[in-house]
Design a protein around this ligand. Structure first.
Ligand code: 3HC
Length: 289
């Protein structure tokens, strides 16, 4: 089986920065790139604060923190990040055209053995594999937010994905301390997001109908179902912008109006109230909030 030592993470946003850090802690050499310098700086600051806090909490040794720092670097250049990678994990915006462009660029940059995995929340890798000349080495590797905490990784085999690729990616996930599950068939949204979407759609429907406040719907799910967070708290964590893009992408493809984002998601997206990342979503995360 292919020995994976170096990983390139494309995108340092909500998911990419924690995927990079998690892989670096696990001992992989990680280069994380983004086209946005500010996002890269934020990812670097997060990693530094996180490692110092883990050491202070006694959850990581100073040596392990130093090793992680040495394993992790950030760059604006995709060429620099990807040219020696054994595995690329793409974590860019949830937009098919952008992802295809990234995969086509990676095809030109990476060595022949490199595996390309997408962290897409919904898009199956067969929509991306033909942007490369190595479809056998393309699959989904889907992490959950916050990546440093959530154990699950969904590895999805497309009809094009070889057994070796799926096995190698499962092994990387295990080495990262994750619990991977293997989907033998592609399906939009995989396992978890299909279940989550059903809960979320119902919560948004109840809210849009005025049946209860979002706070009470969250309380109902936390205290009635035992979930760690309610659907609106979770939307703020994963990003209202992500939810907007996922629904718009689906609507653009299907033309089915039922796939459009709910009115409150559109309103919050337009206002720039995208959740924790902007300081306000359904809840207020400012100092006074
Ligand atoms: N980043 C990194 N670590 C975090 C974190 C974050 N954003 N938030 C919390 N943590 C860590 C803390 O450091 C702490 O670590 P420690 O116990 O080792 O010291 C631990 O998590 C617990 O933190 P807290 O006590 O502050 O908070 P909670 O116990 O309330 O846990 C939570 C926070 C882990 C976010 C929990 O509320 C939870 O599990 N929520 C549900 C998350 C979820 O459902 N995620 C899946 C979303 S769907 C998805 O990602 C799909 C994608 O496609 C969009």
């Amino acid at each position: 089986m292919q020995n994976i030592e170096s990983i390139c993470v494309v995108g340092a946003g909500n998911m990419g920065h924690q995927i990079s850090l998690c892989a670096a802690i696990a001992g992989f050499k990680v280069k994380c790139c983004d086209i946005n310098e500010e996002i890269l700086h934020r990812a670097g600051d997060f990693a530094e604060n996180y490692l110092s806090e883990r050491v202070a909490k006694g959850k990581l040794s100073e040596e392990a923190a130093q090793r992680t720092r040495a394993n992790l670097s950030f760059t604006l250049s995709l060429e620099e990040a990807a040219r020696n990678a054994d595995l690329v994990i793409e974590a860019v915006l949830e937009n098919l055209a952008i992802k295809r462009e990234v995969f086509a660029r990676l095809e030109k940059i990476c060595p022949a053995h490199t595996i390309f995995a997408t962290n897409s929340s919904y898009i199956v890798s067969s929509r991306l594999a033909d942007a490369t000349k190595r479809p056998g080495q393309v699959c989904n590797m889907h992490f959950f937010n916050p990546v440093l905490v959530m154990k699950l990784v969904e590895v999805v085999k497309g009809p094009h994905t070889t057994e070796e690729t799926a096995t190698a990616v499962m092994e990387v996930a295990k080495k990262m301390g994750k619990i991977p599950v293997l989907l033998q068939k592609e399906i939009y949204g995989f396992l978890v997001n299909r279940i989550l979407t059903a809960i979320r759609s119902e919560a948004l429907y109840l809210y849009d109908l005025g049946v209860a406040s979002f706070e009470d719907i969250d309380r109902a799910v936390v205290h009635g179902l035992g979930h760690p967070m309610g659907p609106f708290q979770l939307l703020d964590l994963t990003g209202i912008d992500l939810s907007y893009h996922v629904h718009m992408e689906r609507y653009r493809e299907s033309g089915d109006p039922s796939h459009k984002p709910s009115p409150v998601i559109v309103e919050k997206y337009v206002k720039g109230e995208w959740g924790r990342k902007t300081g306000k979503g359904f809840y207020d995360y400012s100092a006074n909030g």
